[in-house]
Design a binder for this molecule. Sequence first.
Ligand code: NAG
Length: 358
Amino acid sequence: MRRNSRLGLLFVLILVCILYEEVNFGNIQIYTANRYNVIVYRDITIKRDSITRIGILIILETEGDEVNYPLALDSVKCYAEKFNYGIHILYTSTNPAKKICKQKDFMFLRHCILAENLYNLDYEWIFFLDADMGIINPNVLLESFIPNDEKTQLVFYNRIMNHEVMAGSYLLKNGEYARKFLNFWADYFYKLPNSFHGTDNGALHSAIVEFSLPMKEKQRKLCEERFWKTSSGYHTLSIYEVCIQDILKSQKIDTISILPKGRFSWARDGWLTNSVWSDKDFIFHGWQKKRLDKLIFAEWHSPLVGTFNLSLCGTEDAYKNWRYKDSFISSNLVVDRILYITIKAMNEEYEKILRSLL
Ligand SMILES: *[C@@H]1O[C@H](CO)[C@@H](O)[C@H](O)[C@H]1NC(C)=O
């Protein structure tokens, strides 16, 4: 009897220790999440034959910041070299455009720096990517996201996990329109309310409406007065975003396209599916070194093994850099279903917020 209860106590103690460890460090969860049986190689079969000049642009504060995104940056560099896309990383701290761009918040500054460099970039279309965006599937071409009408100058996309138009990645037609828009948006730095404003991401919503839908000024100002200026956290910020999204839904913009949630854009947050991916995926957002295998928001586990050898990228062996953990590869059906559940929940929340605005 006594022996049994002592054993029982020991058992409970061990359990408490394991629980404590898992809640705070999660070594078992992380170990399990990273497990795989075999490394899978997949041929890069797609061929690029278009002659459209396309460049990828990434902006960081300093060159030293590159160490925070090794996998993401290497995957993008390798992809660009493989398909002969241009790739440039601009540093706001040393870029000559710093003389013109005076925004004191890097998030705004980067759009101004890009705007002021457009003339030097000899591309018809430019993909702006956050530094933590990595190519999970190189069998997709950037061309498939370039609009086939003549009017569209900028393409954004709606993020799946909330009501934002994503600010961290967009596609632009290199010209006067995009340059003006980016400067206009960057200058929202000087118009920010003294609230939880969501930096360039919050401002993007008002910037799009003010820039391209001047006839909606009254509605926009109402959203700003009621919800942006009073915002105190992510929840209240999203009420402002829904308010603006409702304006955007009521009126099509010829020059700016905003892709709907889901499989329509070039990128999505990888953590929505715990980094599990399928053929329809292309770019994952969220590959930050500080969030790799950490029990924090936007934690991620790498679906790839090892690091990139960039000297392979221009050769037939480029595919050897994407050493996939088999456990992270899934079918379109499975990934679609997981994303659909989130999209459905977000759409319901959107409708609920919209009703509360009336
Ligand atoms: C990278 O690839 C090149 C070309 O195949 C090879 O010569 C070199 O040893 C590789 N480097 C590493 C670190 O594996």
